[in-house]
Design a binder for this molecule. Structure first.
Ligand SMILES: *[C@@H]1O[C@H](CO)[C@@H](O)[C@H](O)[C@H]1NC(C)=O
Ligand SMILES: *[C@@H]1O[C@H](CO)[C@@H](O)[C@H](O)[C@H]1NC(C)=O
Ligand SMILES: *[C@@H]1O[C@H](CO)[C@@H](O)[C@H](O)[C@H]1NC(C)=O
Ligand SMILES: *[C@@H]1O[C@H](CO)[C@@H](O)[C@H](O)[C@H]1NC(C)=O
Ligand SMILES: *[C@@H]1O[C@H](CO)[C@@H](O)[C@H](O)[C@H]1NC(C)=O
Length: 853
């Protein structure tokens, strides 16, 4: 869910774009709720004084507003309703530290759909064999007992046997909980809170809670004895808003939760959000906030969701594991049965019933191929076999749906496993993944006779043929726009078998960074249980330093922007007593002197009772760019072997038991970094125990990127053959030339479509009279559009932004007085600021248009 009605949400939506002549204006509006803001007051030390002073300033300026929620514990401020046009006045008040428009936040994917389903049995979590959690359980008997995990999600079916069937009663593991929204909440309407966070219509929260702490004896999450607080922030449709998330964070804190597990977010890349401010406050109070980076892997760099993008969050990306559970599909041709694995979105993985339905090849109606990239022959109720390649998976799915298919089976176009078919959440079509050899064998058989397919309702273990964890393609890339290492680490996220609400089949598979997040939350619970005395900082370091790097064979590891510290190693994290600095941000956005060495000091803490001797080495990682050599956005990222070297003052050091402090310095040679290349360069410091001494390898990522604004134009010149930015009529979408008359009724609103190639800090919109286009006549907004994510054009990622203007303006002299722009001839001026530090903006002036009231 990315498109949200903006200024005039009630307008009738126009037809989808046709050919290259128009753009669909109903899509890709900025993900902001109109007329709703979070305000943070300046605290007393900053000269402000909270709500009373803020209210006084609002009153003095004559700005009407309504408070919908006060925040007092983790941020001094409020959620308010106020006309969008007043935001610039508010931002200028002495007592206002920051204002943020309210945004909609979605799950990393949708819920289970709520079909009545045949129950699946409890099964063991396969992931524990790869993360060291299984070994911790058997050797150290760690279960998370006494540690409180707060889960901010869609609620929990606490009647499920894996949660004891109880809620807040004596002896129950679920000690806290609240529903902030009610079933009908859709992000826009008024929440209807109550005391019962039951999850029966979504399922996401129940799956997440199971991974962190479910326990029925057979199925066991990471911390099966942990105590839970359940904070429901989304209704049945899986959308939350900033306000309810902030409320839930404050409540979980007040309830004494040690860990907050947040498997939701808004794609952004920026870290300047109110959720991030609360994450910082929680960190200051010694709490852990574990968050999912998002499923925008196709969006390349800077795609981390908020709140994961906040500096102090533990941001989790996802990996595929070699073994996973799946349902399977049996295809029978004559006497031959081919068994293939089930794949796709969670919803599609709700137990599926297909018995002896036709199994047919996707045949293009235009003749020939079986890619299903265009219309295919009718296949009513059938499983359709299509070849991978040539177009997006969702295109194939839509074409199969249009042909009446009941399911889609995709065979690989190259040898090996293509992974799971995983397409747009809005497309409700079950899918299967088939090896190339099997696909070709089936085609040969189909040539001889008809075939049928049946789904085996049992779940069995499949292998993807890899020998260890590998990156999940959907896991979002970092770093954050300001260069923080994000994700911090990776955990199992694909095809994770966990609990579902009883009415959805009790157990089932879901995929996403949503699933990787609670895995890490549970691991933090085990860490807290085993090291009660350690500081928050130490636990972060233990968790991060001990991760295992994923390699992009042969010579490089995957980029730090993709894997952060690497893949979770819970066993090593718990069983080491040695930590080093977390990471180095080597070269942030503006590298001015590229020839020098940048030196950093390494901090260590030997909490154990043994002296530790480590060797130091540097491990290069793949350099990546979100742009091709012509500075055009690309997905997946372009790679390069240019290396950012690290050198050490000392190559071997003995750290005395119980000592803490600084001991080594590391220098990063930025010489290879060239501004115009816009590459993210990264690498790892690897500390490995001297032969014959105890200890694990500890790795510390570092990352830097060169970035000169002029290298990449902020505004893309075109999209789909249409020159951008352009002025269109809302609902029509055809680029306009000079002279269009707008009446501000019906669909007749000026709309600007633009596509940005780098993250944009702020968009400023002003109006000039057409006769004097450089003299500002009135302002539309200064502070409404902040922190925009860059656009992309792969998958469901927004390829452009649609900005609809409702004709309301104000003048500088009197910012709180709003008026409808009078009839006359005008141009609209847009400025796109890449940063908050005064860099010159990209500008766009629309063709002349006429306002006629
Ligand atoms: C504004 O908020 C930030 C983050 O909470 C804080 O660091 C800063 O001191 C505040 N500024 C004032 C003037 O209160
Ligand atoms: C916010 O706090 C003020 C002052 O304490 C109070 O008057 C108001 O009712 C509160 N609003 C809400 C929505 O809680
Ligand atoms: C297979 O399809 C994928 C996805 O479209 C594509 O990237 C790849 O190049 C194709 N491989 C071959 C051998 O055509
Ligand atoms: C599918 O094939 C497997 C292996 O041949 C067999 O055990 C199973 O019963 C079949 N299931 C269905 C529903 O045909
Ligand atoms: C630790 O690092 C050393 C030196 O690079 C390497 O040889 C060894 O394989 C690493 N051990 C593990 C478990 O990764």
């Amino acid at each position: 869910m990315r498109s949200v009605g903006l200024t005039i949400a009630a307008l009738a939506l126009a037809a989808v774009s046709v050919g290259a002549q128009t753009l669909d204006t109903s899509l890709y509006q900025l993900n902001i709720l109109p007329n709703n803001y979070i305000v943070q007051y300046n605290d007393a030390s900053g000269g402000g004084g909270g709500l009373d002073q803020f209210a006084a300033e609002m009153q003095a300026a004559g700005i009407p507003f309504t408070i919908t929620k006060n925040f007092t514990l983790l941020l001094k401020g409020a959620s308010i309703q106020v006309d969008d046009k007043h935001v610039d006045s508010m931002a200028s008040f002495n007592n206002v530290n920051a204002t943020w428009p309210l945004r909609l936040t979605s799950l990393s994917h949708d819920g289970a759909g709520g079909d009545k389903a045949t129950p699946l049995p409890p099964l063991k979590m396969l992931a524990h064999d790869y993360t060291g959690v299984g070994r911790l359980r058997s050797e150290k008997k760690l279960t998370g007992k006494g540690v409180k995990i707060g889960i901010i999600d869609s609620g929990l079916d606490y009647k499920h046997r894996a949660f004891g069937g109880c809620f807040k009663t004596a002896g129950c593991r679920i000690t806290h909980g609240y529903d902030f929204v009610g079933d009908q909440f859709d992000g826009h309407n008024t929440p209807v809170p109550d005391d019962d966070p039951m999850d029966t219509c979504n399922g996401h929260g129940t799956h997440v809670a199971g991974i962190a702490a479910g326990n029925d004896g057979v199925f066991q999450g990471v911390a099966p004895d942990a105590t839970l607080g359940i904070y429901r922030v989304m209704g049945c449709n899986g959308l939350a808003s900033t306000t309810v998330i902030l409320e839930a964070m404050e409540r979980a804190f007040a309830d004494g939760m040690d860990i907050l597990s947040i498997s939701l977010g808004t794609p952004s890349g920026w870290s300047e959000y109110p959720e991030s401010r609360m994450v910082s406050a929680l960190y200051g109070f010694g709490k852990y906030v574990v968050t999912g980076v998002g499923n925008d892997g196709a969006d390349t760099l800077w795609a981390v969701s908020s709140p994961a993008s906040g500096a102090e969050s533990i941001a989790v990306g996802a990996v595929d594991l070699p073994n996973f559970y799946s349902q399977s599909l049996n295809v029978t041709v004559g006497k031959t049965v081919t068994v293939v694995k089930r794949s796709g979105q969670q919803r599609d993985l709700a137990p599926l019933k297909l018995v002896n339905v036709p199994f047919v090849r996707a045949v293009a109606t235009s003749g020939g191929d079986d890619y299903a990239c265009g219309p295919i022959n009718a296949a009513k109720g059938a499983v359709v076999l299509a070849q991978r390649g040539n177009c997006a998976l969702q295109d194939k799915a839509v074409n199969a749906l249009n042909a009446g298919a009941a399911a889609l089976a995709i065979y690989n176009n190259e040898s090996g496993d293509s992974g799971l078919v995983f397409y747009d959440q809005a497309i409700n079509l079950p899918s299967f993944s088939i090896l190339k050899v099997d696909g070709e064998a089936l085609i040969a058989q189909l040539a001889k006779g008809s075939a049928t397919a049946s789904v085996d309702t049992r779940v069995s273990t499949f292998s993807n043929g890899k020998d260890g964890p590998t990156r999940a393609w959907y896991s979002s890339w970092g770093p954050s726009v300001n260069g923080d290492v994000k994700p911090d680490l990776l955990a199992p996220g694909t095809n994770i078998y966990s609990t579902l609400p009883t009415n959805q089949g009790e157990y089932g598979l879901q995929s996403g960074t949503s699933m990787a997040t609670p895995y890490v939350s549970g691991t933090v619970a085990l860490l807290i249980e085993s090291k009660r005395a350690a500081s928050v900082d130490s636990l972060y370091n233990l968790l991060f330093n001990t991760c295992t790097l994923l390699w992009n064979r042969p010579s490089r590891t995957e980029s730090v922007a993709l894997q952060g510290n690497g893949f979770l190693n819970a066993y090593n994290a718990v069983t080491t007593d040695f930590t080093v600095s977390r990471y180095y941000n080597v070269a942030s956005k503006y590298v001015s002197d590229l020839s020098k060495l940048i030196s950093k000091t390494m901090y260590f803490d030997n909490m154990g009772s043994k002296d530790m001797t480590y060797n130091f080495e540097f491990i290069p990682s793949l350099s990546v760019s979100a742009y091709d050599k012509d500075n055009v956005m690309v997905s997946p990222p372009r790679t390069s072997l240019v290396t950012l070297y690290a050198r050490f003052m000392l190559d071997t050091i003995t750290f005395k038991a119980g000592n803490t402090g600084t001991k080594n310095s590391v220098s990063f040679d930025t010489t290879p970094i060239r501004e115009n290349d816009l590459m993210v360069h990264s690498g790892y410091v690897n500390m490995y125990p001297k032969a014959g001494t105890p200890g694990y390898n500890l790795t510390i990522p570092y990352l830097g990127y060169a970035f000169r604004q002029a290298a990449i134009p902020i505004l893309a010149p075109s999209y789909s053959g249409i020159n951008l930015p352009c002025l269109v009529q809302y609902g029509v979408g055809m680029p306009l030339k000079n002279g269009k008359v707008f009446t501000f009724t019906g669909n007749d609103y000026p709309t600007v479509i633009f596509r940005i190639q780098i993250p944009v800090y702020r968009v400023r919109v002003r109006i000039a009279k057409a006769a004097t286009p450089t003299n500002i006549h009135a302002t539309v907004t200064e502070n409404h559009f902040l922190y925009l994510q860059k656009n992309m054009d792969s998958g469901d990622v927004q390829p452009y932004y649609t900005y609809v203007w409702d004709g309301v303006v104000y003048s500088y002299a009197q910012p709180s007085k709003l008026f409808n722009l009078a009839s006359g001839q005008y141009v609209m001026l847009l400025e796109f600021y890449p940063t908050s530090s005064g860099d010159s903006p990209a500008t766009y002036t629309t063709p002349m248009f006429e306002v006629k009231r």
